[in-house]
Design a protein around this ligand. Sequence first.
Ligand code: PMP
Length: 308
Amino acid sequence: MKWGEYAYFRGEIVPLAEARVPITTHALNYGTGCFEGIRGYWNPGHQRLYVVKLREHYERMVASCRILRMDPGLDAEEMAELTVALLKRNAMTCDVYIRPLVFKASEALKLTLSGLEDEFAIFCAGLGDYLDTSRGLKVMVSSWTRLPDTAIPPRAKVTGSYINACLASDGAQQLGFDEAIMLTEDGKVSEAASANLFMVRHGKLITSPVTDGILEGITRGAIIELATTVLGIQVEERRIDRTELYVADEIFLCGTGVQVAAVTSVDGRPVGDGKIGTLTRRLQQLYFAAVRGEDERFRHWLTAVSYS
Ligand code: PMP
């Protein structure tokens, strides 16, 4: 991993090595942080970094903070501005992953969310594909169920809740799969460990509803926009049975890190004819053109950062 040289920490841009927290930090002990994952795509022709849906990510972070009784002391706009300033300082001419965090910074052993200090920090790293987008992925349905809203709300992007994703994803990888799909406690398809899921059946694009334990994905929203506005395809948000995955024509995962990644087998059963589906490919192409700044229709998704 190529880390950005500088981080934003305690109100200033500092060398990454100086952005450190004590072992007694509440967030380190109890997972009381919330975070975002944002991508910036370097366009060599334009000599610009295009940051995708920056504002939307910080709006979701503000929502996560509300759930965790956190106050970063900054609004979405201010956090976005600090992100741009950090990116300019790092001046990375490659695709970049940006990780903002708001965390309970107090050194405390108390199990509470109130009366603790919150800190906002950002670091970044160079990042290509997280999962291979050039081939179809082999996934399995995990025996680890997705966290319910009544335990740790998945709609808040909470650091501690990613234990759930780690257990499922690691379990799948140990068994030779690329990624895990998680079900809700009552057995409906929720999402993958770090991405939302879409399937194609009877020419319709179908995705789990936001009430089935998913993170309300920003890429999911982007895919819905591309499918409906460019391709004129109907998108249905409804509950999905596990066995629908076995009879789906196409399946793909989407997320900031994962981007748009085709799934060609589930639990050892080929999806459709076992090859990357045509609609999946089309959406992949549209998505990559949009985020790389090559499709004018979606330039409003992007914040352009240049270093000169
Ligand atoms: N679900 C989970 C659990 C995730 O971690 C992510 C990645 N942030 C997603 C879905 C996709 O969300 P987004 O498109 O906003 O990155």
